[in-house]
Design a binder for this molecule. Sequence first.
Ligand SMILES: Nc1ncnc2c1ncn2[C@@H]1O[C@H](COP(=O)(O)OP(=O)(O)OP(=O)(O)O)[C@@H](O)[C@H]1O
Ligand SMILES: [Mg+2]
Length: 442
Amino acid sequence: MVTKIDPDFQKNKPLILVVDDENTLQLVMRRAMEKDGYRVAVASNGEQCLSACQQIQPDMVLLDGIMPVMDGFASCAALRELLGELCPPVLMITALDDRESVDKAFAVGATDYVTKPIHWAVLRQRVRRILAERWAWTELLRQVERKEQLAEQLEQKAAALEETLYQLKQTQAQLVQTEKMSSLGQLVAGVAHEINNPVTFISGNLEHTGRYAIELLDLVRLYRQHYLQPMPEIQAKLDELDLDFIAEDMPKMLESMTVGVGRIQKIVLCLRSFSRLDESEMKPANIHEGIDSTLLLLEHRLKERPSGLAIKVLKEYGNLPLVECYPSQLNQVFMNIFNNAIDALEEKMAQQEDFAPMIRIVTESENAKQISIRIADNGPGMTDAVQKRLFDPFFTTKTVGKGTGLGMAISYQIVTNRHGGGLKCISQPGLGTELSIAIPIR
Ligand SMILES: Nc1ncnc2c1ncn2[C@@H]1O[C@H](COP(=O)(O)OP(=O)(O)OP(=O)(O)O)[C@@H](O)[C@H]1O
Ligand SMILES: [Mg+2]
């Protein structure tokens, strides 16, 4: 039964193209096929067969072998040539049943071969088998296609999941960092505040102390001038003290104490500006001030140490306008980049004795719309693999406890998301690293 071939047979009756130059045979075959439930189209020669196949796309072709002009073999070859993979199966029907003709039929691409006079039961059986095979084949193709679609959908879902995971990691990183920075910020702000008071006493009193000291020394000088013969007790004390030295050294001492206090006050100011937690609005800021105050906080890491030379900081500041930004957040970015550069330089110092570590800062306003800040070090640089993951949250090559791997991730967020700018890294192993920040002026 044909219905077993294709469950949709009743809906989509297979279409068979009968090609024969003999009208009677054409008619008989047509009737036989229609009786088996197929739809039938007819053609009387090779050319008609080619154009019919293109137009109506039959499910199979019953092709007469001997026809004038273009015989069945030539038609079959032309059909394969023309339609390629889309060519329907071809059942050749011909009186030529010698071996050579059979070989030739298969050589030109016939699916099967039936001889004349037609044995109807054989013909019907072959037609059925060929259609069943074709149906199974198209079904297989359909399934493969469906699987491919499913695979593609799965791939899209996996990509979406990966994206979500990435977003989650970013958010988590941001939360952790915000939390860390806010408690660190509070601590720094508290310490700055506490130091500020005593330092203010010292600096306020230093001035008076200096004046009193000078006046007291003056007084002693006057005594010495007018009482040439002091009491033995006073003379003994005078001998013990090197009064001339004290008179000379005291002003210098007071001077260096004043410088020291001034420096503490500057650092306190930096700490306070660095931890400005309340800054939730954008405001026009001087980028160079931000860089300088960050560098001041890092001075202890820049100066000479037993393990190597001081890190030289070259500033090539351009003419920058005030930039609308979140200043404390940008300071955080500078801090992360400088810390990384110093870590990298220290690594190279430990390996290479005569190494002269250097950080170069170049700022410029690229055009009316944005400024750029480039911070480069001549440290060990990064491999491609490290560079690719540089901005990934929690990516670090440092030992446990030393690096969290958040510095660059958070800096990236701050520059791109918060400021609509760009953060790029250029690095070559052995040569160094440059981080380039672009911030829109607005
Ligand atoms: N200037 C640089 N030279 C060489 N490698 C660098 C430089 N800056 C960053 N890296 C590499 O990128 C990694 C990630 O840097 P990131 O600042 O995000 O994390 P971290 O410094 O390891 O830890 P954290 O900053 O959280 O304390 C570093 O571990 C380091 O391997
Ligand atoms: Mg870091």
